[in-house]
Write a protein that binds this ligand. Structure first.
Ligand SMILES: CC(C)(COP(=O)(O)OP(=O)(O)OC[C@H]1O[C@@H](n2cnc3c(N)ncnc32)[C@H](O)[C@@H]1OP(=O)(O)O)[C@@H](O)C(=O)NCCC(=O)NCCS
Length: 172
């Protein structure tokens, strides 16, 4: 197995991987046009030249990046592909000089293997204003926020009074 940066022709396989897990609500669905647009965020893992898994790193800025859409085809689970993907995404985060990596998950134990620790959404306003603000589960979120590295320093976000115009990040 080896990892590499995704390229446009990989988008259909990435689409199949993610959407195979989106009907159950495990992953957020991603459309093919959206994947084409963001394919440079993705790393894929191949086994004998065939894509068996993918994962993405969304950059918010030097203070924060987010691991997204990490998936391995069911028949290839448990063989180390997930670990290879996380390792490759962490190397990319380091290459980009990002100080904190976050993610939102229902399987925190998996990410705990890789040094992620539990945080709160309120500590990650970039995510709240990018995704949560439009999510029907804003006040009933069933995902665990996790981070690795130094949390960015922000004003605390009040989930009941979100106002994008007042989103002020405080950098120490
Ligand atoms: C999560 C997922 C990517 C893991 O991929 P994988 O290839 O099976 O993982 P690996 O074989 O590399 O496992 C790495 C380690 O994590 C552990 N692990 C794997 N899945 C786990 C889980 N769901 N919970 C806790 N630990 C888990 C493995 O036991 C292994 O530990 P070890 O190194 O001590 O033996 C894969 O199960 C998957 O695609 N799940 C569905 C999509 C999903 O839930 N994505 C995450 C959304 S946030």
């Amino acid at each position: 197995m080896l990892t590499r940066n995704a390229i446009l022709p990989d988008a259909q396989q990435i689409h199949a991987l993610i959407n195979g897990y989106s009907q159950s609500g495990t992953l957020l669905p991603r459309s093919l046009p959206e994947l084409y647009e963001n394919v440079r965020d993705f790393i894929v893992v191949e086994d004998e030249g065939k894509i068996i898994g993918c994962g993405a790193l969304h950059l918010y800025g030097p203070h924060l990046t987010e691991v997204r859409s990490i998936a391995v085809f069911p028949q290839y689970k448990g063989k180390g592909a997930g670990r290879l993907l996380i390792d490759a995404l962490m190397i990319e985060a380091e290459r980009q000089h990002v100080s904190c990596v976050c993610l939102f998950t229902r399987i925190p134990d998996f990410f705990g293997h890789f040094g992620f620790r539990t945080a709160t959404r309120q500590e990650l306003p970039d995510k709240i204003y990018k995704d949560c603000i439009n999510c029907p589960k804003l006040h009933a979120c069933d995902e665990v926020a996790m981070v690795r590295g130094e949390l960015p320093k922000y004003e605390t976000v009040d989930l009941n009074h979100l106002n994008p115009n007042e989103f002020v990040r405080i950098r120490a």
